[in-house]
Design a protein around this ligand. Structure first.
Ligand code: UDP
Length: 322
């Protein structure tokens, strides 16, 4: 098999059996501090492969599309070939790591709600935090893609947090990467293992790469423990997270909007005089009983064309972040 790419902890090969797939091999490397610390830990690749396979399969069962096609052996999986998006997405439930350093927040502070952050995937710049506006402005992702990444990440957070809750562990934070297929479909890619998540028990003990970062133990013991606990994790018992999509339908510019005019006049009578124009549209709040996928978004386009909006007089856009 021909090597396509070698990362810090994985190798990606051409899959000779299909041009649409690649083979990803988890290797025994572990790095921290931007590669400043580096070790080879025999058996770690298998543990990361096992953990990733379990979490990706569990998420797939809930309708989240991932790149995983098939686990081939202890350290290799066949995955859909994707182009990895240049933004990494971090979701945090509890303050730890760079979040504490950046904002001076005490480690362990429970966040008011899950927080999604974007990081530019660029080793030479040390993967800096990037705002969603900058990521869109620089053409790294589109506005709708960034909303999609955020919504999917929150879904993943729900399912993983619930799985860990079943074994009395808390999902503190995690990092995701997404990839785009040649057809333009965005899939959850890369890995979900002790290398990319933080999980604590009730006493605040870590079962993740922090053990290695902080020289506090052998990650292989912690990862093996997580694998044992997976026997007790049951994704079927996790309730489906309801996803909400808003479709905003507005009158097109230049098209008369009598309800808007009536409203403007009524507001003027009440003393709100500086209103040049008021346009009245409508909002559809659509509740889904499965995660948002590219197929769901395609369906919405059809729904808009067929029912929700009148393409001659109205414009519409989909919001996943309201
Ligand atoms: N993370 C990762 N790869 C990275 C940076 C972070 O997998 O290159 C994971 C990390 O394991 C943690 C979460 O993303 O679960 C948040 O990491 P943080 O931003 O706190 O960075 P760190 O403190 O690890 O530098």
């Amino acid at each position: 098999m021909k090597l396509l790419h070698e990362g810090k902890a994985k190798r990606v090969y051409i899959d000779d059996s299909s041009p649409d797939n690649v083979v990803i091999e988890f290797i025994d490397n572990v790095t921290a501090g931007d590669g400043a610390k580096h070790d080879v830990l025999e058996g770690k690749g298998k543990l990361a492969c096992d953990l990733t396979a379990f979490f990706l399969k569990s998420l797939q069962k809930k309708g989240i599309e991932t790149h995983l096609v098939k686990v081939l052996d202890d350290t290799r999986m066949r995955c859909k070939k994707v182009e990895i998006l240049p933004v990494e997405v971090v979701c945090r439930n509890i303050a730890a790591g760079s979040f504490c350093r950046r904002y001076g927040i005490e480690k362990g502070t429970v966040l008011a709600e899950p927080l999604v952050e974007f990081f530019l995937k660029d080793d030479s710049l040390h993967d800096p935090l990037i705002t969603s506006d900058a990521a869109v402005n620089l053409g790294l992702v589109t506005h709708s893609e960034i909303q999609f990444l955020r919504a999917l990440t929150l879904s993943v957070n729900h399912y993983l947090s619930e799985l860990f809750k079943q074994v009395n562990l808390v999902l503190v934070d995690f990092k995701l990467e997404f990839g785009k297929t040649t057809e333009g479909v965005i899939l959850l890619a890369d890995e979900i293992s002790g290398d990319t998540i933080r999980v604590w028990d009730e006493k605040g003990e870590s079962f993740d790469k922090d053990l290695y970062r902080d020289d506090e133990g052998d990650i292989r013991v912690a990862y093996s423990h997580l694998i044992e606990l997976q026997q007790q994790m049951d994704i079927d018992a996790v309730p489906v997270r309801e996803e909400v999509i808003h479709v905003i339908v507005q009158p097109k510019d230049g098209i008369k909007n009598p309800p808007g005019e009536v409203t403007r006049k009524a507001l003027s009578r009440l003393g709100f005089t500086n209103l040049r124009d008021v346009r009245v549209g409508k909002v559809f709040e659509i509740h889904l009983s499965k995660p948002i996928t590219s197929a769901v978004l395609d369906q919405l386009t059809l729904m808009n064309m067929k029912l929700l909006s009148n393409p001659v007089a109205e414009k519409h856009h989909v919001r996943l972040d309201l």
